[in-house]
Design a binder for this molecule. Structure first.
Ligand code: UD1
Ligand code: MG
Length: 411
């Protein structure tokens, strides 16, 4: 395997080069500048996460918030306590980033730049944002902040599974109340003809119920595709980059000139950018061999942010295409999650200290981690993570392809 740094470098370049390309294709200067500005804040967010993480790790370890590296059992590395809840660092920095964006976008960026360069003299102009924009911002902040709190509570208090499952329901409520977008769906052409449906179906409350289910799904599905060094943060980084790419492609194309659609994608960029940046900062420490565990603090935070960015960006159906591995893993896990098949506390493979390889248990647990080992054979923990992340990348690419192919039958 290439060195740890080389692997992380390739992951970062693979994820970010597409979005960078489309950023420079955006015609509207105001849109371009505001994203560039958010990108600069996010780069600072990456640096801040890298700085804050060792501080958080030292403190959580001192408080006994730590775990054993289960896929290294039988070696000295398997006995060393590893700080848990490292997700606190990216989550805190992420929240700071979007609070900064909120302040910045409240003021006109050009006027802000000339105000600062004139030594804080003169009048600062307000950028006249629509009210709904601020409502969306604060709802996103409330939902994501609440989920970080619940995740940390789970790390410290070990909340039972059935309770865990419904927690995002409460966290999603502020978002639901604030949501000002449409509550209808475009009906595919063949369905319109077959059962006489209109081209657009207003779903009302049903759509809002779907939004809550999406928030519950996203938070839990990232949390249960886990337990391998780098996997939780790695999948989050890839999905955040895919969302970023989708938003920027839309903004560089036709959608960029329709104010409502543009604002939704722009808003989604403001969430996906700092998510990708802070997660990359976390990966520096969490990639194999992990110096920290992300904790439920991170998995819940990441899941909720992805859901919010998809919902407020108005592309939750496309988002589900990016989450094919999570959807599959969730469905495949249902028998164990609902107790039809025995479900141990950790659904992880067995580590063989003699060969350094992971293999499924004799009665393999029902998840994608074990299925990958069953399909492709035993491998090292590092290789297992890379294999699953490669699948994640391929599914995101497939998502873009399917979107493109399906566009024809929608319109
Ligand atoms: C979920 C999974 C569980 C999996 C666990 C691993 C379900 C229903 N639950 O539970 O099967 O074992 O996540 O995160 O699918 N750990 C490692 N290496 C890693 C990351 C975590 O060994 O790279 C271990 C550490 O001991 C760590 C613990 O997993 O302390 C964290 O588990 P936690 O997040 O509390 O588990 P759950 O989210 O409840
Ligand atoms: Mg977890």
């Amino acid at each position: 395997m290439p060195s740890r740094e080389a692997q992380l470098f390739v992951l970062a370049i693979a994820g970010l080069s597409g979005p960078a390309y489309f950023l420079f294709q955006i015609q509207d200067q105001k849109t371009f500048r505001s994203i560039l500005f958010s990108a600069l804040v996010s780069i600072a967010g990456f640096a801040a996460t890298k700085w804050l993480l060792p501080v958080v790790a030292r403190k959580t370890l001192a408080r006994g918030i730590c775990g054993k590296d289960l896929n290294k059992k039988g070696t000295p590395a398997g006995e060393t306590p590893i700080p848990e809840s490292a997700g606190l660092a990216p989550a805190a920095v992420f929240l700071l980033c979007i609070i900064c964006f909120e302040l910045i976008h409240y003021y006109d960026i050009n006027s802000l730049v000339s105000w600062v360069s004139s030594g804080f003299r003169g009048q600062l102009q307000l950028e006249l944002l629509p009210d709904s924009w601020l409502v969306d911002y604060n709802a996103a902040l409330a939902s994501i902040g609440f989920m970080v709190f619940l995740g940390f509570a789970d790390d410290v208090l070990d909340i039972p599974w059935r309770v865990k499952l419904v927690l995002p329901l409460f966290a999603a409520l502020p978002l639901l109340v604030a949501y000002s977008g449409g509550t209808g769906v475009a009906v595919p052409k063949p369905l319109q003809a077959a059962i006489g449906l209109p081209s657009f179906l207003e779903l009302g409350l049903l759509y809002k119920a779907y939004m809550v289910l999406l928030a519950i799904f996203c938070t839990n599905s990232i949390n249960i595709l886990a337990g391998v060094n780098g996997l939780e943060a790695g999948q989050t980084f890839i999905v955040a980059c895919a969302m970023l790419l989708h938003n920027l492609m839309q903004l560089a194309g036709h959608a960029g000139s329709v104010p409502e659609v543009r604002d939704a994608h722009l808003f989604s960029v403001y969430l996906a950018l700092p998510l990708a940046a802070t997660t990359l900062g976390l990966l520096v420490f969490n990639w194999y061999p992990s110096a920290v565990f992300v904790g439920d603090t991170f998995t819940y935070f990441a899941g909720m942010t992805i859901a919010v960015a998809g919902i407020l960006g108005h592309f939750s159906e496309t988002l589900l295409l990016f989450l094919i591995p999570q959807v599959f893993n969730f469905l495949y896990s249902v028998p164990q999650l609902f107790g039809l098949v025995f479900c141990p506390r950790h659904r992880l493979p067995v580590f063989d200290p003699a060969t350094g390889l992971l293999r499924p248990k004799d009665a393999p647990d029902w998840n994608l981690v074990n299925l990958t080992l069953q399909l492709f054979g035993p491998c090292s923990e590092n290789a297992l993570c890379v294999r699953i992340l490669a699948m994640q990348g391929a599914c995101c690419a497939l998502g873009f392809g399917l979107r493109w192919a399906l566009a024809g039958i929608y319109k």
